[in-house]
Design a protein around this ligand. Structure first.
Ligand code: NAD
Ligand code: IPM
Ligand code: MN
Length: 362
């Protein structure tokens, strides 16, 4: 039997509610396959922890997380703690400390999910965003000069290193080649005359090594428009940290809503644990009411299983989510249903059990 050590950081707002369902799902997988076991360690870090202890995580928090096989995170940020403190001292700290430089965000319209676009077929919204996750606009480099004075100045510098840019673009080319899909780079070299000219140059250089991969390059403003008017253009997509953040919320809206969108923060070398999380935030407006949609957290549990080498179970989870979306019996209010967060979790589990039985019989 193989035991996987999972660090759970449920965090703030709806984080604990949605992760509870994801954990139920992972436990269901280990009940169905007795060769897999999960050992969950819960870390109480987040905004409430900050109120009591003055820090978002323990000072040696990164050290504590190092030995885990994966990190499963809910959401971070809550009114009362400035967002730039809560996020920089917990979520972004983990992404950076563990060099999780790849952020994989599938924008796939599952069967049964609602797409707000007119006349778009389900198969036409199927993008895989690969977002640079370690530097770029999120480098955290800058300064705040002459605070409060008439000559006040703030600087927020982007950092695009050759190593950082090459490794994310190479990763995306490899994925596109493996999946036999096209690769689109999204940048903004007309205005960002250093960083994005450099990005485009590296994309063009690397193209030479992947003549079998069909490529396109778009400016980010046009890309945002095309994602709405012609989403089928986009298959594998590579883009910078900030553009990837924004475009994947847009993508989430195309593929069933923010309550369904998942993301994996990956350290491909596996020198450090990778982290799995829904892409939504702590949703303070609905927290604690049982209204949160757990499907994004459950989808990220399926990414976690993929990462541990159990793609078969990752797939069963996705098929179960899809089944639930087709039936429309058990959905949370954001999907026009009346079910609670935990009822949706229970329903996914029912489908997983059925799906697993079917797979074993075949
Ligand atoms: P949000 O994603 O929390 O919420 C945006 C809207 O989507 C809200 O109306 C919310 O109710 C709804 N929503 C989000 N997730 C949902 C779900 N699972 N089910 C149903 N509805 C859902 O974004 P925000 O309001 O901009 O941010 C709130 C806080 O979360 C801020 O502190 C922000 O910094 C933080 N945040 C954290 C993460 C993260 O931890 N990964 C991501 C985004 C935002
Ligand atoms: C996300 C979030 C984070 C990001 C925030 C909370 C720092 O919006 O994961 O999409 O911008 O990366
Ligand atoms: Mn975001």
């Amino acid at each position: 039997m193989k035991t996987y050590k999972i660090a759970v950081i449920a965090g703030d707002g709806i984080g604990p509610e949605v992760l509870k369902e994801g954990i139920k799902v992972l436990n269901t997988i280990s009940e169905l396959d007795s060769s897999i076991q999960f050992e969950f360690t819960h870390f109480p870090w987040g905004c409430e922890y900050y109120h009591h202890n003055g820090v978002m995580m323990d000072n040696d928090g990164i050290e504590q997380l190092k030995s885990f096989d994966a990190i499963y995170l809910g959401a971070v940020g809550y009114p009362g703690v400035p967002d730039h403190i809560s996020l920089w001292d917990l979520l972004l700290k983990i992404r950076k400390s563990f060099d999780q430089y790849i952020n994989i965000r599938p924008i796939t319209l599952l069967n049964g999910a609602t797409c707000p676009l007119k006349g778009v077929k389900q198969s036409e919204v199927d993008m895989l965003f690969i977002r640079e996750n370690s530097e770029g606009e999120y480098a955290g480099a800058g300064d705040w000069l002459f605070k409060g004075q008439a000559n006040e100045v703030v600087l927020q510098n982007s950092v695009f290193s050759r190593k950082g840019t090459e490794r994310v673009i190479r990763f995306a080319f490899e994925v596109a080649r493996k999946e036999g899909k096209s690769l689109t780079s999204i940048s903004k070299a007309n205005a960002l005359n250093y960083s994005m000219v450099f990005w485009d140059q590296i994309f063009d250089e690397m193209k030479q090594e992947y003549p079998d991969v069909q490529t396109s390059s778009y400016l980010v403003d046009a890309a945002a428009m095309l994602m709405i008017t012609d989403p089928k253009r986009f298959e594998v997509v590579v883009t910078s940290n900030l553009f990837g953040d924004i475009l994947t919320d847009l993508g989430a809206a195309l593929a069933g809503g923010i309550g369904l969108a998942a993301g994996a923060n990956i350290n491909p070398e596996r020198d450090f644990p990778s982290m799995f999380e829904p892409i939504h935030g702590s949703a303070p407006d609905i927290a604690g009411k049982g209204l949160a949609n757990p499907l994004a957290a459950i989808w990220s549990a399926s990414q976690l299983l993929d990462h541990l080498g159990y793609e078969n179970y990752g797939k069963i989870i996705l098929q179960s989510i899809e089944q639930l979306l087709i039936e429309k019996k058990s959905l949370t209010p954001d999907m026009d249903g009346t079910a609670t967060c935990s009822q949706v979790g229970d329903e996914v589990i029912k489908h997983i059990t059925t799906q697993n039985r079917v797979n074993i019989q075949n």
